[in-house]
Design a protein around this ligand. Sequence first.
Ligand SMILES: *Cc1c(COP(=O)(O)O)cnc(C)c1O
Length: 381
Amino acid sequence: MEQEGKRPTWAQISIPSLLHNYRVIRGHLSEDVRLMTVVKANAYGHGAVECARALESAGADWFGVALVEEGIALREGGIRRPIFCLGGFWRGQAGAIIEYNLTPAVYKIDAVEELNARAGEAGRTVDVHLKVDTGMGRLGVGVEDVPAFARLISVNGNVKLDGVLTHFADADSVETGYTNRQIELFHSAVNIVKSLGFDPRYEHMAGSAGVHAHRRGWGNLARAGAALYGLTRDVLTPAIEPWDLRPVMSLHTRIIYLKSVPPGTAIGYGRTFVTQRESRIATLPVGYADGLRRAHSNNGRVIVRGRRAPIVGRVSMDLTLVDVTDVDGVSVGDEAVLLGGQGSERISAEDLAVEEGTVSYEVVCGVSARVPRIYLRPRVY
Ligand SMILES: *Cc1c(COP(=O)(O)O)cnc(C)c1O
């Protein structure tokens, strides 16, 4: 699958699996709820434009990005559907919001004023969604400040309040009390906005975990990221039936060098691994600069010829060593799977996350730009 004439290290992105996951999430929602597919951070490492094109063809209603720059990249990649900037925009980006037809979250009045000024110059009206903090404590106007903020929006005549959103802090928890409280606060914020004469079309609260576990948290727009990429075990609550999701990314390389060494041979920086037996040690052209975290030093494995081969010694920037003594017939050029399945063995992003002391989100986002993404496509979509 790797490209001819290149280092044989690549991430494979399965578009059929992405679309399968999209349909699972879509199928979970009722007809009147729109779906925003979140493709921030290069679609969690999967490639934003490629994923968004496939999702747009499949009918995704909205796209969610963190940065204006990411929204621009989608427009330049041909995406036509609405794009929501989850984190708002930076000073100086109001012109780009208008030019690229992006919809920002707003929670600071200076941003609204800048947008209003640029929209006035362009002879346009710009939609915004008011971000309300109901308990995440990160971004958003507190519920008590919503009346004053909404009035400030209303004097900015080129800005139209077309949505209200919040974000759940604890939607994957077995304890649902905190999320229910956030939902109540959100409803009171929406009621305030409506009582002031606004008529926002969109009300949204939930990411993947909230969509999965809290029907009352759907509003009429659901924002799903992680589940779309097949991340489940550390994303969705264990309290209810999991979704049948498929991992979208797998990570591959090939053995480039193979040697037999006697017992007592030190392997890698710092001599942290010393062979206990006559061993076959394989060198893989992948390292922490590619996103194989150094935390996997003497703590992880790859799959070669359907067998697990432990990572030995320290993961270095560009190279990693594995013990393939127990892999029958191992040869230079054999594929090694770092993330994904081969034969009956599988390594999930959630497995790697446990070893790294993090979550699966960070594992897939951490696959660096120097790893080419190879897209597995359906024949038609
Ligand atoms: C990233 C993000 C999402 C998507 O969350 P997932 O857990 O990946 O589904 C939704 N809403 C906001 C505000 C976000 O920042």
